[in-house]
Design a protein around this ligand. Structure first.
Ligand SMILES: *Cc1c(COP(=O)(O)O)cnc(C)c1O
Length: 229
């Protein structure tokens, strides 16, 4: 494994940690209230291990199949590592998702909520769950409509017995993210939910100012992704 990977991961993580600290201080928040999810999608073990060795213990993946291919071996070697699913979930993957992940950020419809609830009971595993909100109302994006969030979170609790930790969003790409972060924060506050999964490499500082508790950062830690390979 190339030594430069170790330096790269360590330096990038140290930089992100400083930036989290500055953004938190600026917002009058404690950095301990902000959880960094290192998004390792498309990266293989030789890029991920240096980040683990540098002290990063929480990772995010956006595909169940990809995570299943690379994480069981990594977790065998590093049992303390936690894994969050941050990408879309099909109900026929609910069983694998519950077995593999410690949290799911993308609960966005009754069918998924029901399948996850059934699997958590069957596998006797409790995952931390976030409801994904389509905060920009974009037709191509996953997530429950902002106006339906209240009813859906209620249904998750009353009908499926799920405790929802918070809300997650991916704002529209070509607009300033702040109003969307603020809107998600207001929605969560109105529902009495403490968790806010928002902010990526390009905008996590702004998300922290709006109250993010979980930021999902990929390329700023691992470098650019190659989707062609
Ligand atoms: C890929 C991804 C991220 C990380 O994106 P970067 O811009 O690389 O930080 C965050 N959240 C979700 C849902 C993603 O799919």
């Amino acid at each position: 494994m190339p030594m430069e990977n170790y330096t790269f991961a360590r330096e990038n993580l140290a930089q992100i940690s400083d930036r989290i600290g500055d953004a938190a201080a600026h917002a009058g928040r404690s950095p301990e209230d902000i959880t960094l999810i290192a998004v390792s999608k498309t990266f293989e073990a030789d890029a991920i291990i240096p980040a683990i060795e540098a002290g990063q213990a929480l990772f995010g993946e956006n595909r169940v199949q990809e995570a299943k291919a690379k994480w069981p071996a990594l977790r065998g070697r590093y049992p303390a590592v936690k894994l969050h699913l941050i990408g879309p979930l099909q109900s026929n993957k609910a069983k694998e998702a519950v077995a593999l992940f410690d949290a799911i950020h993308t609960i966005d419809r009754p069918k998924i909520a029901r399948a996850i609830a059934a699997e958590m009971v069957a596998q006797e595993r409790m995952l931390e769950l976030f409801v994904q909100v389509n905060i920009g109302g974009e037709p191509q994006k996953a997530g429950i409509a902002p106006d339906d969030t209240d009813a859906f979170v209620g249904q998750c609790h009353d009908e499926f017995g799920l405790e929802i930790a918070g809300l997650m969003c991916i704002p529209p790409v070509d607009e300033p993210p702040e109003p969307f972060f603020e809107r998600l924060a207001a929605l969560a506050a109105g529902l009495g939910l403490g968790g806010l999964s928002m902010g990526m490499s390009a905008d996590f500082e702004s998300a922290i100012r709006s109250g993010a508790t979980h930021i999902r950062v990929g390329s700023a830690i691992f470098g650019g992704r190659d989707y062609t390979g």
